[in-house]
Design a protein around this ligand. Structure first.
Ligand SMILES: [Zn+2]
Length: 296
């Protein structure tokens, strides 16, 4: 009888339990480094579809609308979050003109009393960078000069610190999956679209004026998932593999963010004693008209 071999087999059989107790591995909750857990079932994420069917945002290098890219990716993110146990995830689809859409966004989000707001967009370039090409017999604008995603937060958000924390988590998760952010927003040639890079590892920029970020009082970030005016990246963004990669990054970032939240914040929310300024959106009437036309 080969006792050393039997002991080796017995130890191998026990090995899975050595990774940690079963209760720590149960589905629907994760523990962070300091042992706090995420209650996925009660954490509410609002996934906002950038723009509306009527005012569909940027046009891609092949003439498709940004709204369709936003809707497809946001739906996948919602599906993957729900599948991972974030059952209270809501998809925000708004309609009509940009100003009306903004009001709807704020109203819907307020009703959902979300813990986190993530707006999904796809990027383009200022008109001065556009070149012309023919695709399927039609002339389209394109620019292959820039590619990559970018994440934006507003310092005027009611919870800037946590907005930045989530944005960093998301940027790092995208990076861990081999995706690179675009650094061009720091360049002078971006003019009024030039932004301050607040995290050069994670690719997080500051965009204080962005309405959906500055008027939300909960942690909020905007993801430009990729540049659809870049001919190669437009094709990449159409691929289910790329979409799945981004959705997986969002799910993991949300999970880490949820687990790392300050415990008193969660307890306050659960018992209904949270400060109203941290758990709801500003009333629609507070949106300044001057910013409404940004469509975001
Ligand atoms: Zn957009």
């Amino acid at each position: 009888m080969n006792w050393p071999r039997i002991w080796a087999l017995a130890l191998a059989a026990l090995a899975p339990t050595l990774d940690g107790p079963a209760w720590a591995q149960s589905a629907g909750s994760t523990a962070n480094a300091v042992g706090q857990t995420c209650n996925r079932a009660s954490f509410r994420v609002a996934v906002d579809v950038g723009h509306t069917a009527e005012v569909p945002g940027a046009k891609s290098a092949r003439g498709k609308y940004e709204y369709d890219f936003n809707l497809r990716l946001a739906k996948l993110i919602e599906h993957k979050l729900t599948e991972a146990g974030f059952e209270k995830t809501t998809l925000l689809v708004t309609h009509g003109k940009s100003r009306k859409g903004l009001f709807e966004r704020v109203a819907h989000s307020s009703k959902a009393s979300a813990d986190l707001f993530l707006s999904i967009h796809h990027d383009s370039v200022p008109d001065k960078f556009l070149e012309k090409w023919q695709f399927e017999g039609q002339e389209h604008g394109f620019s292959d000069r820039f590619k990559g995603h970018s994440i934006f937060v507003s310092r005027e958000n009611g919870d800037y610190r946590e907005s930045l924390q989530f944005a960093r988590l998301l940027g790092n998760q995208l990076k861990a999956r081999g995706l690179q952010y675009t650094p061009h927003y720091t360049e002078k040639f971006m003019g009024h679209r030039q932004r301050q890079l607040v995290d050069s590892e994670a690719g997080v920029y500051r965009y204080d004026q962005l309405v959906v970020l500055r008027k939300t009082r909960i942690p909020a970030a905007l993801l430009e998932a990729g540049s659809i005016i870049n001919r190669d990246e437009e094709l990449a963004m159409e691929k289910p593999e790329r979409q799945a990669l981004i959705a997986a990054a969002v799910v993991e970032a949300v999970d880490h963010f949820c687990a790392a939240r300050r415990p008193q914040e969660r307890i306050a929310r659960q018992t209904g004693t949270a400060s109203p300024t941290r758990s709801s959106f500003a009333p629609a009437a507070m949106l300044p008209a001057a910013h409404a036309k940004s469509q975001r």
